[in-house]
Design a protein around this ligand. Structure first.
Ligand code: BES
Ligand code: ZN
Length: 476
């Protein structure tokens, strides 16, 4: 049997063990955004540290931050070998609306080749995929073909407020020739992909303040401004009829997309019907002149994520509400700068405030966009490994989501980044009934052992010969 066949066989025999390890971990509700779950996030970190030890990592530690703890693990085989740093996150999104889950989010259920539970796909499967590849390689070969480090953040789903400080404090320990980010996905079970771009993010809360307290709508209505109506007009004015963002200057820094790039994107086997079905919408819409794939990857957006104001209880209550509010976010593309966009959006909202109300804007979150070098040997070798397992070459895709730590790692460690993950478009991440497809995870383990062998064979010199310097994000 060839070495790789032996590894695949060993991974196959360990599958039940992997699934039960995943179930045990998904049971821990590590919701970083809900303060009441802080102890659970810590328990999740300790759990992961223990699993890393069991898998054969020689050092595994919980690293404290000003917020939720991270986990670091490593296994250094030989300083001459390439060193790879794997990034993932062990925190998960909140679960609401809870009533829409078919089974409780933290009582993972396996059926039909799927494992359901909050955080199963995003992102716990990827961290266990990496530990599983380590355990398999050690079982069969007794050593890793590379030096491996792993950093698992505990605050990614909350915007990574302490990640930059963490990386700066541990820059030497995190140093690597290549960073592999495992928190992204593929186009479909038989349409593998590697991600070469992510959008950035800026997020705000906007409040519209009217009267000092709710007023009788008969006594005052008609003579005072209504904050709910004013907020609705404000939000309605954020886009023009073509679906373009109407904030002056919003597109100024957007890097033009060349006809060649558009042709390449048109050739990507993006499953439009599947995308629409996953969204559950009667039609896809968006900015005129761009395809749905382009609208969600190379074009920036501005979206209300939530809105509140006025009376929401049963029956009528005749009031002019005192205030109204909304959460607003932008997805940003090269070369938009989150701080500049924040200034432009704030100025626009304050300028558009109607007489009789006061508009306030709070800055909640910023994250940088990412473009990796698709010609870098680390990307090319990962693509070959994925092709071996999935039976076809991965598409190189630009994702609509954001992973702000990627730009931080690229900048602080000065290392190329490879984005390899196995999430599927219909895994319902961040939504009720999140699930993962076990076959994706199993294939992910087989691909990971191959990637490490390829990196080991290439050696440090071969891995540090980029065709072009990586462009990790906007200047910081
Ligand atoms: N794993 C996702 C990002 C993602 C999802 C990439 C699907 C590719 C495909 C990540 O956990 C995430 O949700 N990121 C947040 C970042 C935010 C909280 C700053 C996002 O994109 O909303
Ligand atoms: Zn997420």
């Amino acid at each position: 049997m060839s070495r790789q066949a032996e590894l695949d066989q060993a991974a196959h025999e360990r599958r039940d063990q992997l699934v039960s390890a995943l179930i045990d971990w998904v049971r821990i509700p590590s919701i970083s955004g809900v303060p009441a779950h802080a102890a659970d996030v810590r328990r999740s970190a300790q759990h992961l540290r223990d699993r890393a030890c069991e898998a054969g990592m020689t050092r595994a530690e919980v690293w404290e931050t000003a917020g939720h703890p991270a986990v670091f693990a490593e296994r250094i085989e030989d300083p001459q070998l390439p060193t790879v740093l794997v990034y993932g996150h062990h925190d998960v999104q909140p679960v609401d609306p809870l009533a829409e889950w078919h089974s409780p989010p933290f009582e993972p259920a396996v059926s039909g080749g799927e494992l359901q539970g909050r955080g199963a796909a995003d992102d716990k499967q990827h961290l266990l995929m990496h530990l599983e590849a380590v355990a398999t390689l050690l079982q069969v070969e007794g050593r890793l073909p590379i030096n491996l480090k792993l950093i698992a953040e505990g605050e990614e789903e909350s915007g990574s407020p302490n990640f930059e400080a963490l990386v700066r404090a541990h820059r030497e320990e995190l140093a690597a020739d290549v960073v592999v980010i495992s928190d992204t996905g593929m186009l479909g079970p038989e349409e593998p992909a590697l991600t070469i771009g992510l959008r950035g993010l800026a997020y705000w809360e906007v409040r519209v303040l009217g009267p000092a307290a709710d007023l009788h709508s008969g006594v005052f209505g008609g003579a005072v401004a209504n904050p709910v109506a004013a907020l609705c007009r404000l939000l309605a004015g954020l886009h023009d009829p073509q679906g373009r963002v109407a904030v002056p200057g919003f597109y100024d820094a957007v890097r033009p997309v060349s006809p060649g790039e558009r042709a390449a994107m048109a050739a990507i086997p993006f499953d439009l019907a599947g995308f629409q079905a996953a969204a559950g919408v009667p039609a896809l819409t968006g900015e005129a002149g761009w395809t749905p794939y382009e609208r969600r990857s190379v074009r920036p957006t501005l979206d209300p994520c939530g809105i509140w104001g006025g009376y929401q209880g049963a029956g009528p209550k005749t009031i002019i509400p005192a205030r109204a509010g909304a959460k607003l976010s932008c997805r940003l593309v090269p070369d938009q700068d989150p701080a500049t966009i924040t200034r432009l959006v704030r100025e626009h909202l304050l300028r558009a405030a109607e007489p009789g109300v006061v508009v306030e804007v709070d800055d909640l979150q910023h994250g940088a966009w990412v473009l990796t070098d698709p010609d870098h040997p680390a990307v090319r070798e990962a693509a070959l490994a994925v092709a071996e397992v999935w039976g076809r070459s991965p598409a190189l895709i630009r994702e609509g989501g954001s992973i702000p730590p990627v730009a931080t790692l690229a900048a602080e460690l000065q290392a190329p980044c490879v984005l390899f993950g196995v999430i599927l478009p219909d895994d319902r991440i961040h939504a009720p009934n999140e699930r993962l497809v076990l076959e994706q995870l199993f294939r992910g383990v087989r691909a990971t052992t191959r990637i490490w062998h390829r990196y080991g064979a290439l050696g440090r010199a071969g891995l540090s010969a980029p065709a072009a310097p990586p462009a990790p994000g906007p200047p910081r």
